[in-house]
Design a protein around this ligand. Structure first.
Ligand SMILES: [Zn+2]
Length: 269
């Protein structure tokens, strides 16, 4: 009686076959990752360096949230900041300037080679995770998001070819990936004395996130010399840091691990 898992002919569910596999801990093979509301909401399919895989945290905090596909559709058609997303991921600030026409070809290529993944819900309760989506332009990304109305969008790596062509190319490989940190309040359970644990957060323990951001932001800028450090609320119980400098995007896995280790040493007792 379960509805067919997908009627969408471009669903693709594959293991992420790139070299960042080793550091992935929150996304598995994505065979119908039935993302219950308590699942990790990381925007980063390939980096989850600070968190352990979510296991048993409760979703009680969300039970009062009413989800409406109509509101989501309205959000995507009226409010979603497509132009900022494009400008960021094309690394082309000039694209925000309405008078300016035509991004450089390297910017457009960066964007077109970026993997997006979407979690969609073709029927209520039937979540499908679609990988290896890519879009030649902001307009095509916009159209796809409005049409599919994803409940979650993951931003993946930049590949040597557009990921949507993966069947047509022999060697799809990651060429760039922001340096991403995922800091979670559950990492602080040992020192949270406010009574919260797991997915619970309050104004008291949220201060740990503020401290983590200050320490890491300063370390990334002053100790490593990065300039383009973006912080995002994860949507649940932590924050994500995306280091976007070109040098950061092209770091080897070994170098990424080294940066992570540096901060682990700094934050541990
Ligand atoms: Zn608390």
């Amino acid at each position: 009686m379960a509805p067919p898992r997908s009627s969408n002919d471009d669903d693709e569910e594959f293991e992420f076959g790139d070299e960042t596999n080793a550091s992935r801990s929150s996304i598995n093979d994505n065979k119908d990752v039935s993302t219950s509301p308590s699942e990790d909401v990381s925007t980063s399919p390939s980096e989850d360096v600070f968190s352990t895989p979510p296991t048993s945290q409760s979703s009680s905090a969300d039970e009062s949230v009413v989800f409406s596909p109509e509101l989501l559709g309205m959000y995507y058609s009226r409010l979603f900041p497509y132009h900022f997303l494009y400008s960021w991921l094309a690394y082309d600030p000039s694209s925000l300037n309405p008078g300016k026409k035509g991004a450089s070809s390297s910017s457009s290529r960066l964007f077109a080679h970026r993997e997006f993944s979407m979690t969609i819900e073709p029927q209520p309760g039937n979540e499908v995770y679609i990988r290896y989506q890519s879009f030649p332009s902001q307009e095509e990304l916009t159209n796809a998001i409005i049409k599919r109305r994803p409940t979650k969008i993951d931003i993946g790596a930049v590949f040597n070819h557009p990921p949507k062509d993966k069947h047509a190319v022999a060697n799809l490989q990651t060429v760039q990936r922001e340096l991403v940190f995922d800091i979670d309040l559950t990492d602080y359970d040992g020192v949270r004395n406010c009574g919260c644990e797991g997915a619970k957060i309050c104004n008291k323990c949220w201060k740990f996130m503020g401290m983590a951001v200050e320490v890491m932001d300063q370390g990334l800028r002053e100790d490593f010399g990065f300039e383009h450090v973006a912080w995002f609320y994860s949507g649940r119980r932590g924050v994500h840091c995306w280091v976007c400098d070109e040098q950061a995007r092209t770091l080897s896995n070994e170098a990424r691990s080294a940066v992570v280790s540096y901060f682990e040493a700094s934050v541990s007792k």
